[in-house]
Design a protein around this ligand. Structure first.
Ligand SMILES: *[C@@H]1O[C@H](CO)[C@@H](O)[C@H](O)[C@H]1NC(C)=O
Ligand SMILES: *[C@@H]1O[C@H](CO)[C@@H](O)[C@H](O)[C@H]1NC(C)=O
Ligand SMILES: *[C@@H]1O[C@H](CO)[C@@H](O)[C@H](O)[C@H]1NC(C)=O
Ligand SMILES: *[C@@H]1O[C@H](CO)[C@@H](O)[C@H](O)[C@H]1NC(C)=O
Ligand SMILES: *[C@@H]1O[C@H](CO)[C@@H](O)[C@H](O)[C@H]1NC(C)=O
Ligand SMILES: *[C@@H]1O[C@H](CO)[C@@H](O)[C@H](O)[C@H]1NC(C)=O
Ligand SMILES: *[C@@H]1O[C@H](CO)[C@@H](O)[C@H](O)[C@H]1NC(C)=O
Ligand SMILES: *[C@@H]1O[C@H](CO)[C@@H](O)[C@H](O)[C@H]1NC(C)=O
Ligand SMILES: *[C@@H]1O[C@H](CO)[C@@H](O)[C@H](O)[C@H]1NC(C)=O
Length: 770
């Protein structure tokens, strides 16, 4: 089905895309003969007719649709670039369970998707190139070792009948990476937990201690949502060798796994909680492994320093830091967090990022290239570039690199030559949306997986020369729950902030009509060194909020990333000054410039630093401009900030220690009496018990005050969630409460009978008010 009018079909009449309205359907059918295409699939045709008949009625991205929409991972092409592999998982409120991830191939010419397997024992399907269409995967069931896994090999052309077991691994490993050696062996890496002695930790076989006590002699006793133990993450290496006759040869594990990390005290890789296989890499010739670990000679709680280690794949030598304090090539004064090691195609070079500051987690990342062998030199690339890239890959020739970086509210791809000098400005070759993953294709193109405000998953091709070339898949055109979303759903504007121009997103509700008015939803991001980007999120999804009947305004004030160091760094020691004033000016700009936004009935919401800011706004004049506030996991009592485990964070952001610089901590204290006395706006607090960075006590403290001061308020707590509410049933309650809260006070609840209401709660509300 690739007729002459492909180009036309792509736009208004894609077989996957229902025409937006009946007029469009008519045009498609009459002008482009699309009727033939449509009639191939009567079911779809029926859906389109149905859609055509409800033109103008409000489509809405509801919390249920968001939570149950398919969640897909990056599309990874095979070597010939003919197909790409990706996984999908989906939650159902009918069965109250998630499907296991299923695996599909997308044809890179036609965009056609076909299922490879939905066997829940299959995870981490990986192309095994370079010679064939074979795949390696982790099988979650081990026939011999409870709690272990197995490695299996299969051919994509006949997945079920071709598969065989290649290795039995003694613990629950993941993070598969492979390289084929000159002799045809498969060298692989996985990671898992390690005992102190280097043996892989298998939870199912571990002896449960009699007491639950934990004892610590050093700080950093817990992080994110778990308490530290004597176990740690480690990268393990292994080799699959070809055995047997030519016709019936199979790969099988040769020897046992080697722990590449445990040889040096205090190393850990990948680094929890967010570290994954991106924290390590295997050289294409299979000989070398690079991994990231936090600096072993420094306390973990008050430094961000980390180094890249290099170790032979066979573990014959101890891992050595290439950019540690004693490494010969370490660039002068560069001491911060290292990340994203990536070997060049010829295995002779290693690209990675490093921040300069030893304890600033949001410092700018600079690109470095280390030369292996006797040289051990480190070159700095595009040193003066005022962006902080977080993803890097070499092109196939190894003469240039591709970077993923936040830029002006998007995550874009940039390219630069491998010998770029200090003043080289890398050039972007994508623009809208946010790139999540990218892989080389033959011929110099890359296959990109990304998202945008209006689509949860898009796969497209791009190249440094041509920019974006062709879109193969976009979830909004396929997933029933996302139907109707499109690039017209949002816009952007810039206004004069406190000391510089501030960029902001503006997101419209479905069926938006400029001549009507919609209450303002003022969205305040966390970090604070982060940004609202043109991307999809299953938490704080702009469209879900907008579709209740709001216009969402999401500004990137002082502290935001992706606009250069100056804007990001200016928030240090200034949590409540410039950013607050940027927000005030943003709110005034909205009031004065957008007739369709009703600021009289507006509401504001934020999480993390955004939660702090909402707490600060509650006790300051801007708070009086909102009908309701939502504060998720924010800090409240200035003096309790020291209860976090991330001391590097507070000691950077408040510019000193808790004892020597207490005034810095107290300067913007939402719990100061003069601010408490201003509290007056109905406020919903969300604070979960497993948030160890911003402990739940701050939410409890604020709730005490709001209630004693008689401010309408509600506390929503999840005992089993961390800084994020991830479990689908919890996420549904979160949305129900958060949206119900703002809808009650903004008037949206009265105007829109379909809007989420607090009365719909399925969780009993505890209320002992007399
Ligand atoms: C797996 O896919 C097959 C074929 O599409 C389908 O019949 C089966 O129900 C699926 N199983 C699960 C567990 O999703
Ligand atoms: C995984 O494999 C084991 C062993 O064959 C089997 O018992 C189990 O049912 C499999 N799980 C699924 C979901 O197929
Ligand atoms: C890539 O996939 C295509 C289609 O399945 C297959 O014909 C080809 O052999 C694969 N190539 C590699 C190198 O895996
Ligand atoms: C997974 O491993 C189990 C145990 O060896 C085996 O029975 C099962 O068939 C395997 N399944 C897949 C999909 O590889
Ligand atoms: C390493 O320590 C674990 C836990 O104490 C123990 O079970 C295992 O046998 C030890 N491994 C070796 C090689 O001593
Ligand atoms: C970091 O913590 C260690 C103790 O864990 C302490 O010795 C050191 O002085 C601290 N560094 C700073 C900058 O406070
Ligand atoms: C690069 O980004 C700019 C905006 O900064 C945009 O106008 C341009 O289209 C982008 N280039 C490509 C090739 O996408
Ligand atoms: C910028 O913010 C600071 C701190 O809140 C304030 O003192 C100053 O007046 C603001 N400047 C302008 C131009 O509004
Ligand atoms: C941080 O403290 C240092 C030393 O006291 C001082 O020089 C610097 O100006 C401070 N920075 C900020 C942003 O307050």
């Amino acid at each position: 089905m690739a007729p002459l009018w492909t180009a036309w079909i792509r736009i208004p009449c894609n077989t996957n895309t229902p025409p937006r309205n009946s007029l469009q359907a008519l045009i498609c059918i009459i002008v482009y003969g699309g009727v033939c295409v449509y009639l191939f699939d009567t079911m779809r045709t029926f859906q389109w007719l149905a859609l055509g008949s409800v033109v103008g009625s409000a489509f809405a991205l509801t919390p249920e649709k968001l939570i149950t929409a398919p969640r897909r991972d990056n599309a990874v092409p095979n070597r010939s670039g003919k197909v790409a592999l990706f996984s999908t998982a989906q939650y159902s409120f009918d069965t109250h369970s998630s499907s296991s991830a299923w695996w599909s191939l997308i044809d890179l010419k036609s965009g056609k998707v076909s299922q490879l397997t939905n066997d829940s024992n299959v995870s981490e399907l990986t192309w095994l190139g370079p010679t064939d269409s074979s795949l390696l995967y982790i099988n979650g069931t081990n026939a011999d070792v409870p709690g272990g896994v197995e490695l299996w090999i299969a051919d994509s052309s006949d997945f079920t009948n071709s598969r065989y077991k290649a290795a039995s691994l003694p613990a629950s490993f993941s993070g598969l990476k492979t390289a084929v050696t000159k002799s045809g062996d498969i060298n692989f890496l996985v990671y898992g937990q390690s005992y102190g002695n280097g043996t892989a930790y298998n939870e199912e076989l571990a002896v449960t201690p009699l007491s639950s006590a934990r004892i610590y002699d050093s700080i950093y006793v817990r992080h994110w949502d778990s308490w530290l133990s004597t176990n740690f993450n480690a990268v393990f290496s292994g080799t699959l060798k070809k055995k047997g006759s030519k016709s019936g040869s199979h790969y099988a594990l040769d020897g046992s796994l080697k722990n590449l990390v445990a040889g040096t005290k205090n190393l850990e890789s990948p680094y929890p909680p967010f570290g994954d296989s991106g924290d390590y890499d295997i050289s294409p010739n299979g000989k070398w492994v690079a991994f990231k670990s936090k600096a072993p000679e420094l306390p973990r709680a008050n430094h961000t320093a980390s180094y890249i280690y290099l170790v032979p794949h066979d573990g014959s030598k101890k891992a050595e830091a290439i950019n540690g304090p004693d490494s010969p090539g370490t660039p002068k004064d560069v001491k911060g967090d290292s990340s994203a090691p990536a070997f060049s195609p010829d295995s002779k070079k290693l690209a990675y990022f490093q921040m300069t500051d030893i304890s600033y987690e949001a410092d700018r990342r600079t690109l470095y290239v280390y030369t292996l062998g006797s040289e051990k030199t480190i070159a700095t690339l595009a040193r003066d570039w005022d962006r902080s890239p977080d993803a890097v890959k070499w092109n196939a020739k190894g003469n240039s690199l591709i970077l993923g970086t936040e830029d002006h509210g998007r995550e874009k791809l940039f390219t630069l030559p491998a010998d770029a000098g200090d003043d080289y400005k890398p050039k972007n070759f994508t623009d809208g949306g946010s790139v999540k993953g990218f892989y080389n294709l033959p011929g110099g193109e890359v296959l990109v997986t990304g998202s945008a405000i209006w689509t949860s998953w898009a796969v497209y091709t791009a190249s440094p020369e041509k920019g974006v070339i062709d879109t193969l898949f976009s979830a909004n055109e396929v997933d029933p729950g996302l139907k109707g979303l499109g690039p017209d759903d949002f816009d952007e504007f810039t206004y004069k902030g406190n000391w510089t121009d501030i960029h902001s997103w503006i997101i419209y509700p479905t069926g938006f009509d400029k001549s009507k008015t919609y209450p303002l939803l003022f969205y305040i991001h966390g970090g604070p060194q982060s940004a609202w980007t043109d991307s999809w999120s299953s938490r704080w999804n702009y469209k879900v909020w907008a579709d209740q009947g709001y216009v969402v305004v999401a500004p990137n004030p002082t502290g935001s990333s992706g606009y250069g160091d100056k804007l990001t760094d200016a928030i240090q020691n200034n949590w409540g000054s410039y950013p607050y004033d940027d927000l005030v000016k943003g709110w005034e700009y909205v009031r004065d410039n957008f007739d369709f936004i009703d600021t009289d009935n507006g509401v504001a919401a934020g999480a993390s630093y955004g939660g702090f800011m909402v707490n600060w706004i509650q006790g300051n004049p801007l708070g009086r401009e909102f009908k309701a506030l939502v504060s998720h996991d924010g800090t409240f009592v200035a003096d309790s900030k020291v209860a976090t485990e991330e001391l590097w964070f507070i000691e950077h952001d408040f510019n000193g220690t808790f004892w020597a610089n207490r005034d810095n901590y107290r300067r913007w204290d939402p719990s100061a009496p003069e601010h408490i006395l201003q509290f007056d706006t109905p406020m919903l607090l969300v604070h979960s018990s497993k948030d160890y960075r911003l402990p739940v006590s701050d939410g409890l403290a604020l709730f005490n005050i709001l209630q004693e001061r008689g401010v309408p308020s509600r506390l929503l707590n999840f005992p089993d969630e961390n800084h994020w509410v991830l479990k689908q049933e919890n996420s549904l309650v979160w949305h129900q409460q958060v949206l119900g809260w703002i809808n009650r006070y903004s008037g949206v609840g009265k105007k829109n009978p379909d809007a989420v209401s607090l009365d719909d709660t399925t969780v009993p509300v505890v209320d002992f008010n007399p």
